[in-house]
Design a protein around this ligand. Structure first.
Ligand code: NAD
Length: 342
């Protein structure tokens, strides 16, 4: 199977590439524009493999995408390229619309033209990787999101992802493109860019900086280890029913403040502060994010029942291993703290 991964130099995309190239029956082509969020060094362990190819380019360049599809006889696109950080979408929404909406549109157009003109529709798949944030938020006692929940996005990021999901559905329905959509909860794990909650807290703690917690810290997210997510993506690609959406979650709802406290407790054991104090002393509550969603929770029953996927990492083990990884891989994250990345 010849796979085009978009956004393969990002956090989840790189985990997906590292997983898929282990199987010699896959040829993996990674198309990434190398924005601030990309780190090609996340792929150092696989970059010399014969079944891995990196292509620097923008998903909005439909001529380039068409050439890649045709010349490599691509069987499936796994679309992860996106602007992905909610806070950045609040400060500057335009690039989110351009990348997440227009970028997805360009890919859909190129894919539709490709299957109609040369590849044929039967064997092709377009897997669109999206977020649970498209469903908006929940009260504490509401049932978890299922695939039939109405879309109610709150942030420019989630609105742009919701728009892209609708486009993918429409291209499936109108042009018969064989599409699949996944909506996943918050991911964590190695190689995550240090602007996201878990690496931000680990690294800020180690740097002796304040640990900024939005509002009262009682916002709840469901957390999934990135390796479980990419396993689910492969499973949906191979066994998902065309036109369907699958929610992917970790059964691990946690309040933000509890995550930050867990990180502090774990670091107190794994790398005690030199002054003998606890990392908890660095926690600092800051003004809440505008439009901050209260709670996300995923009902992953459909993917479990129909495809047989379930997460293998427990949150407790996953977070401990992730903290250990950041302690052991300062050379990976240190460069991201310089200049605009901070
Ligand atoms: P990321 O920000 O770490 O990586 C995004 C990658 O896309 C980067 O390598 C970047 O260079 C690339 N990219 C951006 N614009 C591009 C363009 N125009 N052309 C080509 N490449 C471009 O993102 P992530 O956290 O790995 O998320 C990947 C996907 O998964 C996104 O679509 C996101 O919405 C979705 N998702 C993420 C999470 C999460 O918790 N991180 C949860 C659910 C869904």
């Amino acid at each position: 199977m010849r796979l085009l991964i978009t956004g393969g130099c990002g956090f989840i995309g790189s985990a997906l590439c590292r997983r898929l190239v282990k199987n010699p029956e896959y040829s993996v082509y990674n198309l990434d524009a190398l924005t601030y969020a990309a780190d090609p060094s996340s792929l150092n362990s696989i970059k010399h493999l014969p079944n891995y190819t990196f292509i620097k380019g923008d998903i909005r360049n439909s001529q380039l995408v068409s050439e890649i599809l045709t010349s490599n006889k691509i069987d499936a696109i796994m679309h992860l390229a996106a602007e992905s950080h909610v806070d950045r979408s609040i400060d500057g929404p335009k690039i989110f619309l351009e990348t997440n909406i227009i970028g997805t549109y360009s890919l859909l157009q190129a894919a539709t033209q490709y299957v109609n003109s040369s590849h044929g529709i039967e064997k092709f798949r377009f897997l669109h990787v999206s977020t649970d944030e498209v469903y908006g938020d929940l009260e504490e006692d509401d049932a978890a999101f299922s695939e039939t929940n109405a879309y109610r996005p709150s942030s420019p990021y989630s609105a742009s992802k919701a728009a892209s999901d609708h486009l993918v559905h429409a291209w499936g329905r109108t042009y018969n493109l064989p599409v699949l959509i996944t909506n996943c909860s918050n991911n964590y794990g190695p190689y995550q860019f240090p602007e996201k909650l878990i690496p931000l807290m680990i690294i800020s703690a180690l740097q002796g900086d304040p640990l900024p917690v939005y509002g009262d810290g009682r916002n709840i997210r469901d957390w999934l280890h990135v390796e479980d997510h990419v396993e689910a993506l492969e499973a949906v690609l191979l066994s998902g029913k065309i036109g369907e959406t699958y929610n992917i979650g970790g059964n691990a709802e946690r309040r933000n403040i509890d995550i930050v406290k867990l990180i502090c407790t774990t670091l107190d054991k794994q790398r005690p502060r030199r002054d003998g104090k606890s990392y908890h002393d660095q926690i600092s509550f800051v003004t809440d994010r505008p439009g901050h969603d209260r709670r996300y929770a995923i009902n992953a029953g459909k993917i479990n029942e129909q495809i047989g996927w379930e997460p293998v990492h427990t949150f407790t083990d996953g977070i401990e291993n992730t903290i250990r990884w950041y302690l052991d891989n300062e050379a990976w994250w240190k460069p991201h703290l310089q200049g605009k990345h901070k």
